[in-house]
Design a protein. Sequence first.
Length: 254
Amino acid sequence: MSPIRTTLRRAGLVAALTTTGVLAAAGAAFAHVTVHPETYAKGATDGVLTFRVPNEEDTASTTKVQVFLPTDHPVLGVLVTPQEGWTAQVTTTKLKTPVKTDDGTITEAVSEITWTGGRIRHGQYQDFNVAFGQLPDNTDQLSFKTLQTYSDGNVVRWIEEEKKGAEEPENPAPVLTLTAEDAETGSDGTSDSASGSAPSSSSSSSSAPAAAADSTSSSDSTARGLGIAGLVVGVLGLAAAGYALARGRGARSE
């Protein structure tokens, strides 16, 4: 085989492998259980959190989802949106430190929500909407540890917390970042960049696909960015191959 053909094959292989890696990374990120929007203002009131649960198994369906709410920084006034095909069980816990509000002192808060009865099949995801009355104002983030149970008995534990400067854990817990309220914060507590991701109360009772369409902007942006990166790498590989081809022709003409 000529040196030119060898160079072309190598350049094409590098571009293909790099693009495959980019797409695989995008798929892995999408497979995580996440919470939307990703940010809210500290102490925000009357909002909605959407827990997105994708199915990552090829031969099994998701049949049970358990979301654990923090009680050291409790979310107050939790209400679960009815989800067709699913039954929600809400567990409350007595707080070690009661929370004082304008409406009085709160001594109990929701600590767990469990959805059962439905199925999330391969290649599908489900959005579970949870309304809240008030978010805490004394912490920078909330971690919602989640257990995802499959029809074959396998349980995926989305409970690992990400640490600064370290690689993303294999099974990260959904995390909501709480920011200081400023002029750019909407009346519902979401920032301008995140307000489009939070489903409104009027759409909470819609079907899962409709609710999903309202909160996919951040995932789509990430996927587009990764796709563009893959295309750039492919173009660079072809450019390198063309340069090698031109150089080889020049050497033969001499």
